[in-house]
Design a protein around this ligand. Structure first.
Ligand SMILES: [Zn+2]
Length: 317
């Protein structure tokens, strides 16, 4: 069994190496992190994971080592506890493998895009009150990186606020006591050191307060100048906080499939800010919002005031 798994690892590292030439070291690091999870969740790897059993699967899933740390799947998606990880294993590994084995089509077909978190088909987004009061604090423990973080968060929140009727509110009076249990905010933004396992990770609207964190790894502050920068990473992560899933889980991507717990908001968008470039994405590492990202967000949450938006365009994006 170990030998088979090794073969999978070798295949991934070859892909990683070739991409390193095309992208540069920082993007390659991000790629490595994403591939680590996507390879675990590839259809072939699912079969191996079933052979090995849950305990062996659990050992392969990265778990944050700090107090309150959670399991991470799909590159940057937290799984709150062991019960949820077992559910994930049953649902996304075992059930998905059975589905494929018996020829049931994955995903929602070829006409469907920006996609929304929807466990068991139930869409999970912010309600009309919450969406305008997405309060957060930024931990002062960022130290010398605090100002850089603040500016990047503001840039990322403005990108989403410019296109949809959502409002992120920085409660700076709580920055000095900003952690996973801070009351009075919807989520906290804190530094972590996970050694580049991920650049940052966030949460979905349905998560409970202790898991509603945007955690930024130290490696995000040492990126070499290039297209991948903190504001772009946070545009992607804040997309998750609004409920958006990775675009590459759509069957049209043909790579990095995650699961079927989502509903489409737009047609497939290979350029989406929510699409990992290394998963057959066509966007680059600047991670900017595409026209479809903008329309999808406006159709879900309503348009930003003053934006030129035609509601009937939601029928054809
Ligand atoms: Zn992500």
């Amino acid at each position: 069994m170990k030998k088979v798994i090794t073969a999978v690892l070798v295949t991934s590292s070859i892909a990683s190496l070739s991409l390193a030439f095309a992208l540069g070291a920082d993007e390659a690091t991000s790629f490595k992190s994403a591939v680590r999870e996507s390879k675990l969740l590839s259809l072939a790897a699912r079969e191996k994971a079933i052979d090995l059993g849950y305990e062996a699967f659990k050992k392969k899933v990265y778990k944050e080592s700090f107090p309150g740390g959670v399991y991470i799947v799909n590159g940057d998606t937290p799984v709150a506890d062991e019960k949820e990880l077992m559910d994930f294993y049953q649902r996304e590994i075992v059930a998905e493998w059975k589905s494929t084995k018996f020829g049931i089509a994955l995903g929602q077909g070829a006409t469907t895009q920006l996609i929304l978190d929807a466990p068991n088909g139930n869409p999970a987004a912010w309600d009309n009150v919450s969406k305008r009061n997405l309060t957060y604090c930024i931990s002062k423990t960022f130290g010398s990186n605090y100002t850089k973080t603040l500016q990047a968060i503001q840039s990322a929140t403005q990108a989403w606020e410019a296109v949809a009727d959502v409002r992120f509110v920085h409660v700076d009076s709580l920055d000095g006591q900003c952690d996973a249990s801070t009351p009075g905010v919807v989520f906290d933004v804190r530094p972590v050191n996970v050694g580049g396992e991920y650049l940052a990770r966030a949460f979905f609207p349905r998560y409970a307060r202790p898991q509603r964190n945007v955690l930024i790894d130290d490696s995000s502050f040492t990126l070499k100048p290039g297209k991948l920068e903190l504001a772009g990473i946070l545009r992607h992560e804040l997309g998750h906080t609004l409920g958006y899933r990775h675009e590459q889980t759509r069957p049209e991507a043909g790579k990095c499939f995650e699961d079927k717990n989502w509903v489409p908001l737009t047609s497939y968008d290979a350029f989406s800010v929510m699409h990992y470039p290394q998963c057959n994405g066509l966007g680059d590492w600047s991670l900017t919002l595409t026209q479809k990202d903008k329309l999808g967000a406006a159709c879900l949450y309503g348009p930003a005031s003053g934006s030129s938006f035609k509601p009937d365009s939601c029928n054809s994006i």
